[in-house]
Design a protein around this ligand. Structure first.
Ligand code: GDP
Length: 440
């Protein structure tokens, strides 16, 4: 995400990089470049102007510090300003009320149904809630099916009533159902609508009045740039929602919507969607996003995602197996699954400082693991549990079965054995200490 903007800001900073000190002239030049970068990123004109005026003022007001270069100083100022532009600090969901009611609104195709599924998944797994999804789109039966499929996928019940054409009645029935079944959060997915469609806007207002939601989340496709900001404003004027969800940020190279929405609408961005999978949802942290845009990486998010996927019990089991030298191809495969669950590979790599830019033009395929998985799948269960018996003829058979070649199978076997050796060494504290001592 945001590759274009990153590139342009990088160029803007170059002006200052070679300079020994901050002066009226070099700041003016840099600020001009920053403004150009923001406008190219499809940031609202007024927002870009106010933003750069502020940056200029802060830069010129700084005392000269000998320990940092003007470029570094400006990066810091930009980081703080970008974060505050996007809302400053994180705004958590209001989860009061029993049940908490969350109403989802937005245009057709914005990603409402997908987000409803992701949110249910997030609340269940990360917040220990018992959500109920309510299918409130009375115009597209396919939308009801879609929600039911997602509900099943994430293990959250879905309330639907295909007989009814009244979204208010369906929403109220859903809340009653939640109370009966002990669901403490109700997520109401609704039909897509335009802010200028009087009848449909009245309809969702009626749902709001009847259900008294704690949260009304406006879902919008970030790739639509300034249109997203305009729609956000129009919906807010009618619905006075509590927060914004920016979807499809994985495909957004410019970032205009993310940067302008807060300042134009004055409602916080609460979540971002970064892919089609149910796990591809992140709480929006303006400060971390700022450092990511500036290419400073986002180690915190990376660590958090890794922690979320980390299962303590499973890890202990794995440790035991490694110690006994019993790590096999089944374990190897489940490690790959875990990495894949963390999300899009390129996105993950982008969170590592310095890697974002370096990887910009590198094609990292999400299915980089495909041949490895094919090879493992072509092994018999006995071979997977006993990698040592995989002889040359067996390797040839595996290569044929997986559509790879003997060389690739040999390479994987070698990598697997090397990895096993290193892991074994690290699972024994004394040996690990010795290994460390020998390191340069
Ligand atoms: P709705 O009409 O607002 O309910 O939109 P949907 O939930 O049906 O989503 C429309 C399309 O966008 C679907 O193909 C989704 O898979 C896709 N989509 C939703 N969120 C994301 C996202 O964060 N990233 C990507 N790449 N695709 C998304």
């Amino acid at each position: 995400m945001f590759e274009n903007l990153q590139d342009k800001l990088d160029r803007a900073f170059k002006v200052l990089k070679g300079q020994g000190s901050i002066s009226e002239i070099n700041v003016a030049e840099t600020v001009k470049e920053i403004r150009k970068a923001l406008l190219d990123a499809d940031v609202n004109y007024k927002t870009a102007k106010t933003f750069t005026d502020e940056v200029r003022e802060k830069a010129l007001g700084q005392n000269v510090l000998t320990s940092v270069s003007p470029g570094q100083l400006l990066t810091k100022i930009m980081n703080d300003e970008l974060a505050s532009l996007m809302g400053g600090t994180v705004t958590e969901l209001e989860l009061k009320g029993n049940p908490t009611v969350i109403l989802i609104a937005g245009l057709n195709g914005a990603g409402k149904t997908t987000f409803s599924g992701k949110l249910a998944n997030y609340l269940k797994d990360k917040k220990n809630k018992k959500p109920l999804l309510v299918a409130g789109d009375v115009y597209r039966p396919a939308a009801v099916d879609q929600l039911q499929i997602l509900g099943e996928q994430v293990g959250v019940p879905v309330y639907a009533n295909l007989e009814s054409k009244d979204p208010v009645a369906i929403a109220m029935e859903g809340i009653a159902e939640a109370k009966r079944n002990g669901n403490n959060v109700v997520i109401i997915d609704t039909a897509g609508r335009l802010a200028i469609d009087e009848a449909l806007m009245n309809e969702i207002s009626a749902v709001k009045v009847a259900t008294q939601p704690q949260e009304i989340l406006f879902v919008v496709d970030s790739m639509t740039g300034q249109d997203a900001v305009n729609t956000a404003k129009a919906f807010n004027d009618r619905l006075d929602y509590t927060g914004v969800v920016l979807t499809k940020l994985d495909g957004d190279t410019r970032g205009g919507a993310a940067l302008s929405i807060k300042s134009v609408v004055n409602k916080p961005i609460k979540f971002i969607g970064t892919g089609e999978k149910m796990e591809a949802l992140d709480v929006f942290y303006p400060d971390r996003m700022a450092s990511r845009i500036l290419g400073m990486g986002d180690v915190i998010s990376l660590v958090e995602r890794a922690q979320q996927q980390f299962d303590e019990k499973e890890a202990a089991e794995l440790q035991k197996k490694i110690r006994k030298n019993k790590f096999d191809f089944n374990d190897f495969q489940s490690q790959i699954q875990q990495i894949k669950k963390m999300g899009n590979m390129k996105d993950l790599m982008g969170m590592i400082p310095g890697a974002g830019k370096a990887l910009k033009d590198v094609e990292i395929e999400d299915d980089a693991f495909k041949p490895i998985e094919a090879i493992i799948q072509s092994m018999t269960p006995y071979e997977r549990e006993n990698p040592d018996i995989i002889s040359q003829p067996r390797r040839q058979r595996i290569a044929n079965g997986s559509g790879t070649d003997l060389q690739e199978v040999n390479k994987l076997m070698k990598q697997f054995n090397d990895m096993k050796k290193v892991m074994k060494q690290f699972s024994n504290p004394a040996a690990a200490a010795k290994l460390m001592k020998n390191m340069p």
